[in-house]
Design a protein around this ligand. Structure first.
Ligand SMILES: Nc1nc2c(ncn2[C@@H]2O[C@H](COP(=O)(O)O[C@H]3[C@@H](O)[C@H](n4cnc5c(=O)[nH]c(N)nc54)O[C@@H]3COP(=O)(O)O)[C@@H](O)[C@H]2O)c(=O)[nH]1
Length: 956
């Protein structure tokens, strides 16, 4: 029955026509005119009708000729026919009834037992059921469609076992599962089994009752899934419905966003965001660094345009930068500018600002982000560097670069206005000495003071510059005449000569000044400085503390010196130097027992160059250090060879420049030379002029003492030409004095020279020093010197300086083949005299010293001691201080005068400081030892005393 056809359309498939007629009657009786019955009498026709037409119900007889109504129903169902069936049979049969229902028949009626109403009721019931079943099927299909096509991935699984019942397409796509696989899956198969515990959702909000799980797709991709489940019943089945929302991308995005936020928050750059669409572009975000740089809090600035940073009134220096910003804003482009901004407290800072537009998907500018960097510190360093590159840090004076600049300007001015420029090159005399001896702190103070005095002296348009350590330049501009510079130089000289008071120290300084002048027509300002420098050098040569004008000839001298200096450096580097040796002859034996090493330069063009020509230059340039080291090393090596040839007692004198000895590592240099060559320290004699210690006492004298302790010998060279001050001689722990050849030259004719020579020999001997006469050219000179007990003679009379190869030959003829210092031979002669009025002390001392094998003489009274000294060769005397006849120091003072070569020691139980100090100062005693004595120490003192004596003595 349809809306268009109100008749009930009934199909009867029945092989018995009577039954058809009966059925027709029954229907007509029960529902007259309301049914339309169609009859077919066999299975095939019935089925064809069912396919062809639409019926509300089909009544099917059980027996259809050879066929069964049940087969028809089954076939019809199989072929998709949904028409409800009622099975008609001739008899009741329960089994048949059940089978019919099983096949989908709506009812089972027994023919002959039903009336029209029952039939109609059964038909209506069958139709209703069919409609209900169809409705249900359609609703099921709708739900399946909804499930299958739901965009949210979903699964249905058995609640207990988790066996998968269904997975919708979204879920299958998500996990990469094909439909056929679903039945074999378990809900647990979706989870990532390598991980335990819930993943970090990074604050992702989940629906109530849901949880996050780590899952894996079939191809191994990791998923973070929000899983929610609920139990549902479908049909009579209890099922769990899982909704699986993929949160992987969302969580990753959240993480990225948070990271980005943290970066912005912790950035060392200030960051601001302004809303480009709101009126006046207010700030909508500032990061903490912005707050730190500017001093404003976010709350104070959000909603405001950031121009408040530009100060009130706005800083004019920002004009150009602001223009760039406005242009960038108008063009929607990025800009980078440097702004002078102001913090909340009003202090300015340099803001290195980078402004960039942010666009939305439609390419519209929505915001501007500004990245700011406080570069105030960098700016100030740049400023400082710029200043330092043109100024001297210590004195704050312009340096050479700025000086040259100013000189160039001064020359331009001079050319234009017909004026002159004067340049004074000032070098402080002996400043290095002050620096080295009093320390850099005092040196620096002096330089600052010099700078101050010079600045005070010149006019404002003039320039005072510091061009190196102790060198200053004064540039005088706009002079009417070049010679006007002379007026200034005199003032400079006298100003600088005023005393310098630095703390407790008062110092006097002079300066050597070179001057030049120009009318401005020069090729470069550097040339002008160089001219003044050359003139200054000339002033130095003239004895310092003076000034000198530049002359053209100085240029060629200077270039010769520069050439020579370079060539000398090559000679040092390429070992083009050589050593000559000149023997020193023992005046008593006539044998050579010492030699002096004298350096020579084998110059490719000039031939053999004398050290007199290049040593002073090397001293000036500092090349003497490398040169001197080479000489020392070579001399030690040569001497070891000479010793090996049998001349073991021969020592070598090496000239040491004051520049060398002042170097703090000089001691180490000597030790290294001795160590590397194997030469005994006693065989090395360092010859130095007395001026080496002048003004520079403490450090140099200390070094000399340490050298003496090593056993190295010290000679005072060129004695008589310098101060010949006894104070210096006393300070220098020397063994020898070398009388300068200027005294020897005329010694046999000139009474003064003879007197001086005799006096020096005598004084030296009284100081237990050996004397060498230099420049002995004649036998007569030699005889005079011998008669006056000069110990050693050196000069052309015996030999000129010669190369080492010749020296060996010379030594074979004139040298002394020494025993090489056999300890036993020396010890046999070692005699010590003990003087003490207490016998027990004598005995105790004898016991102590006997162990060292000395010959021991002793006495308890002074006159006997004098007798013993006259009769015996005594080297060391130990005397008591408190004796009845006279004090020990008095006794030893007398002994010194008579037996100067003895080594004299006081051993005392009490200390009269005054007499002891006097005795020591007069050189009467070598050591002052106290009673009671430490045996070991005493023996060591005596051993040292013998050694000291041996070193003092001319070698036999
Ligand atoms: N710092 C160093 N100075 C050195 C070194 N080698 C040499 N010098 C010094 O150079 C100066 C010149 O030395 P030189 O030309 O070698 O002259 C020496 C002798 O040759 C010369 N002499 C020797 N005997 C005579 C003589 O009978 N008559 C005479 N007219 N001259 C003679 O005297 C010079 C030795 O001088 P001195 O050193 O003072 O004993 C000179 O000052 C050398 O010191 C070096 O390696 N380092």
């Amino acid at each position: 029955m349809t809306m268009t056809d109100p008749m009930l359309r009934v199909l009867l498939i029945e092989d018995d026509e009577d039954d058809y007629l009966i059925t027709e009657d029954l229907l007509a009786e029960a529902s007259p005119g309301k049914t339309r019955l169609t009859w077919h009498n066999c299975l095939d026709d019935g089925l064809a009708a069912l396919h062809r037409e639409s019926f509300d119900v089909a009544l099917v007889d059980l027996r259809l000729g050879p066929d069964s109504g049940l087969d028809l129903i089954q076939q019809a169902k199989n072929e998709g026919i949904t028409t409800p069936f009622i099975l008609l049979t001739g008899q009741g049969d329960e089994e048949l009834d059940a089978r019919a229902v099983e096949l989908g028949a709506a009812d089972y009626l027994v023919k002959g037992r039903i009336d029209g109403h029952a039939l109609l009721r059964s038909i209506r019931y069958a139709i209703d059921r069919a409609v209900a079943t169809e409705d249900l099927a359609s609703s099921e299909a709708q739900y399946r469609l909804l499930f299958e096509n739901n965009p949210t991935p979903m699964c249905l699984a058995a609640p207990g076992s988790g066996r998968m019942n269904a997975m919708n397409e979204a879920a299958r796509t998500l996990y990469g599962v094909v439909l056929e696989e679903v039945a074999g899956l378990n809900i647990a198969d979706l989870a990532d089994k390598s991980l335990t515990g819930a993943p970090d959702g990074d604050g992702t909000v989940l629906q109530a009752g849901a949880g996050l799980e780590c899952h894996r797709t079939r191809d191994g991709r990791k998923l973070i899934v929000e899983v929610a489940s609920q139990n549902i019943t479908i049909g009579h089945h209890e099922l769990a419905l899982f909704t699986l929302t993929d949160k992987t991308a969302q969580i990753e995005n959240t993480r990225q966003l948070k990271l980005l936020q943290r970066c912005i928050e912790t950035s060392s750059n200030g960051m601001v965001v302004a809303d480009a669409r709101a009126a006046d572009m207010p700030l909508v975000y500032v990061n903490p660094t912005f707050e730190r740089i500017t001093g404003y809090t976010a709350a104070e600035v959000l909603g405001r345009n950031c121009r408040f940073l530009q100060g009130d009134p706005p800083d004019d220096s920002n004009m150009q930068a602001l223009e760039t910003i406005h242009r960038g804003l108008a063009d929607g482009e990025e800009v980078s500018v440097m702004l002078r901004n102001y913090r909340k407290d009003g202090t300015p800072f340099w803001n290195d600002l980078y402004l960039s537009p942010i666009r939305n998907e439609r390419n519209e500018i929505t915001h501007y982000v500004g990245v700011q960097n406080d570069i105030s510190e960098r700016k100030s360093i740049e400023h400082q560097l710029a200043y330092n590159s043109s100024h001297d840090v210590l004195t704050q004076l312009p340096n050479r670069t700025l000086l040259e600049d100013r000189l160039t300007q001064a020359c331009q001015f001079a050319r234009r206005y017909n004026r002159h420029v004067g340049v004074l090159f000032i070098d402080l005399d002996g400043f290095k000495l002050i620096n080295d001896s009093l320390g850099h702190r005092i040196g620096d103070q002096i330089l600052i003071e010099v700078a101050r005095r010079l600045k005070e002296l010149v006019r404002s348009g003039d320039t005072v510059a510091r061009v190196s350590g102790d060198e200053f330049v004064v540039a005088l501009s706009g002079l009417t005449h070049g010679s006007d510079a002379q007026l200034v130089v005199e003032q400079v000289m006298s100003t600088l000569a005023n005393p310098y008071r630095i703390g407790d120290v008062t110092l006097h300084l002079t300066a050597s000044i070179g001057m030049t002048e120009t009318d401005g027509n020069i090729s470069s300002s550097a040339e002008l400085i160089q001219q003044a420098d050359l003139a200054m050098y000339q002033a130095k040569q003239l004895g310092r503390n003076t000034w000198q004008w530049f002359e053209e000839a100085m240029n060629s001298q200077a270039s010769y010196r520069v050439k020579l200096r370079n060539q000398l450096q090559d000679a040092i580097d390429n070992h083009a130097l050589t050593l000559y040796y000149q023997p020193m002859i023992d005046s008593r034996t006539g044998q050579a027992r010492s030699v002096e090493a004298l350096v020579r330069w084998e110059h490719p063009e000039l031939g053999l160059v004398s050290p007199a020509d290049f040593v002073p230059l090397a001293e000036e340039t500092g090349q003497i250090i490398a040169l001197g080291e080479w000489v020392l090393d070579q001399a030690c090596r040569d001497m070891v060879k000479l010793h090996a040839a049998g001349f073991r007692d021969c020592s070598v004198g090496v000239n040491i420049s004051p520049v060398q000895i002042r170097k703090t590592d000089f001691l180490a240099t000597v030790k290294r030379a001795l160590g590397e060559s194997g030469l005994p320290a006693q065989a090395l004699d360092l010859e130095m002029v007395e001026s080496a210690v002048i003004n520079d006492t403490s450090q140099v004298v200390d070094t000399l003492h340490k050298l003496r302790e090593l056993g190295v010998q010290i000679s005072i060279d060129d004695f008589g030409t310098g101060f010949s001050s006894l104070t210096y001689i006393k300070q220098m722990p020397a063994n020898r004095i070398k009388i300068d050849n200027s005294f020897i030259k005329e010694v046999i004719k000139n009474r003064s020279d003879a007197a001086i020579t005799r006096g020096v020999i005598s004084m030296a001997h009284h100081l237990s020093l050996e004397v060498v006469a230099e420049g002995v050219e004649t036998e007569a000179q030699a005889n005079f010197l011998r008669r006056n007990q000069c110990d050693l003679l050196q000069g052309y009379a015996f030999s000129r300086p010669m190369p080492f190869e010749q020296l060996t030959e010379y030594m074979n003829l004139h040298g002394h083949r020494g025993a090489g210092g056999s300890d036993n031979a020396e010890e046999e002669q070692k005699t010590v005299l003990l003087l003490d009025d207490e016998v027990n002390i004598i005995k105790a001392l004898t016991r102590t010293l006997r162990r060292d094998g000395y010959r021991i003489l002793s006495s308890t009274n002074i006159s006997e001691a004098f007798t013993l000294l006259a009769e015996n060769e005594v080297q060391v005397i130990i005397s008591d201080q408190r004796m009845p006849e006279m004090s020990g120091t008095e006794f030893l003072s007398q002994v010194k005068a008579i037996h100067p070569h003895t080594v004299r020691i006081v051993l005392s139980g009490y200390t009269d400081l005054k007499s002891v100090t006097e005795a020591i100062n007069q050189g009467a005693i070598y050591k002052f030892l106290t009673k009671p004595w430490d045996e070991k120490q005493l023996r060591e003192h005596i051993r040292q005393a013998f050694k000291y004596h041996a070193n003092m003595q001319p070698q036999a």
